[in-house]
Design a protein around this ligand. Structure first.
Ligand SMILES: *[C@@H]1O[C@H](CO)[C@@H](O)[C@H](O)[C@H]1NC(C)=O
Ligand SMILES: *[C@@H]1O[C@H](CO)[C@@H](O)[C@H](O)[C@H]1NC(C)=O
Ligand SMILES: *[C@@H]1O[C@H](CO)[C@@H](O)[C@H](O)[C@H]1NC(C)=O
Ligand SMILES: *[C@@H]1O[C@H](CO)[C@@H](O)[C@H](O)[C@H]1NC(C)=O
Ligand SMILES: *[C@@H]1O[C@H](CO)[C@@H](O)[C@H](O)[C@H]1NC(C)=O
Length: 342
């Protein structure tokens, strides 16, 4: 951003201060104003709908009068790397649909009354320093996405998340300090995708099995994960389960065989030594990845595949039970590595 633009931004600010009140102002775009340290007082701009402050790398404080902006719909503070004080109260922002704080790497706390942002549809807090979400967040019944990738200081999600009734996607991948998920996670009925890759969780809450609409669950590189609850058998819609890199995970629950829709199962690089025999019931399984798994001897390799062999040999098949046809599996990868040095 050249000096010309900075000058324009400063000029614009002066203009704002001198010409107040600016009743009809709808948009302020001061994005990439490299010298902006704080924002003007917002009291004279009741019609403001868009406030763009992305990339204002010296911005330290958003004026607390921001809460008077009842018509504000988009507030973009993306990559304001020095933002420390972001409004202590936002309850008055009744129209706010998009709040972008991603990349505000010094921001440690969100306002306690976030839950009053009754119109909020997009919340981006990727790459912030927040440790937890305010518990009022559970009041955001319309929020469809919770993307909190790479919040490296985040330690937990509040119990109140079960109130997020419209939530379809939870992506908290890369939140490496997060070690537990709320027990009530399974009560968010609409959930379709859950990505908790790279977190420090040791287990999943049992309630997870209640998520009948869940299609994709990603637990890549959850190095502390030791087991999956047997309730996973209830995941009626699950197609994609990625457990790659879960190096402590050495077994899967038998109930996994009840996840009839499962198409992709990736346990590459996990601690898996054998697969449950019920795996043979997964008639829709197309992709099974066992690369870099722990089984070292050919014997263990056989144990991995026993489930398939057993089922293929059986002549009488109970009604309602289908056999997986190994030829339908497009990738079982790569065999040599799994057989190891045995
Ligand atoms: C705001 O201004 C910046 C810099 O001129 C420009 O790149 C950006 O597209 C503008 N944003 C909006 C939403 O108008
Ligand atoms: C907010 O940030 C996210 C993630 O960085 C980005 O995908 C999204 O387009 C941004 N939205 C706005 C309105 O700037
Ligand atoms: C998330 O934030 C990090 C750090 O600011 C950034 O490097 C990354 O590109 C962001 N990802 C998305 C999808 O915005
Ligand atoms: C979650 O975010 C990560 C990092 O941006 C991305 O690679 C992954 O695909 C996302 N997961 C889902 C389910 O969208
Ligand atoms: C599982 O995640 C790993 C690591 O991101 C990726 O390489 C692999 O393709 C994923 N597996 C499937 C079946 O999508």
């Amino acid at each position: 951003m050249g000096p010309k633009y900075i000058m324009e931004a400063n000029f614009f600010l002066c203009f704002l201060l001198v010409m107040q009140p600016l009743y009809n102002l709808k948009t302020i775009n001061l994005s990439h104003s490299l010298n902006l340290v704080n924002t003007p007082n917002f009291e004279g701009m009741p019609h403001l709908k868009f406030l763009f402050l992305a990339g204002c790398i010296r911005l330290y404080e958003v004026d607390r009068t921001i809460e008077v902006l009842e018509r504000l719909t988009v507030l973009n503070l993306k990559d304001c790397k020095n933002l420390v004080l972001f409004a202590s109260s936002v309850g008055g922002l009744k129209s706010l649909k998009v709040l972008n704080l991603s990349g505000c790497s010094k921001l440690k706390k969100l306002p306690n009354d976030m839950g009053h942002l009754e119109s909020l549809e997009e919340l981006h807090v990727n790459g912030t320093a927040i440790r937890e979400l305010p518990s009022s967040i559970g009041m955001l019944e319309r929020l469809p996405l919770l993307k909190m990738k790479d919040c490296r200081d985040l330690v937990s999600l509040p119990i109140s998340v079960r109130g997020l009734k419209s939530l379809k996607v939870v992506n908290i991948s890369g939140c490496s300090k997060l070690d537990t998920l709320p027990e009530d996670l399974g009560h968010i009925e609409c959930l379709v995708e859950v990505d908790v890759s790279g977190t420090s969780i040791q287990e999943l809450p049992c309630s997870i099995g209640m998520l009948e609409r869940l299609v994709s669950m990603s637990l890549r590189d959850c190095k502390h994960l030791v087991c999956l609850p047997s309730s996973v058998g209830g995941l009626k819609s699950l197609k994609d389960l990625n457990l790659s890199g879960c190096s402590k995970l050495d077994k899967l629950p038998d109930e996994l065989g009840h996840v009839a829709c499962l198409e992709k199962l990736d346990v590459s690089g996990s601690g898996m030594r054998e697969l449950p025999s019920s795996i043979g019931l997964l008639k829709n399984l197309k992709h099974l990845s066992l690369a870099r798994c722990k089984a070292q001897a050919p014997k263990s390799w056989n144990m991995m595949f026993n489930p398939f062999q057993l089922l293929r040999k059986r002549s009488h098949i109970p009604a309602g039970l289908s056999l997986p046809c190994l030829s339908d599996i497009t990738r079982v990868s790569p065999r040599e590595q799994c057989m190891g040095r045995g």
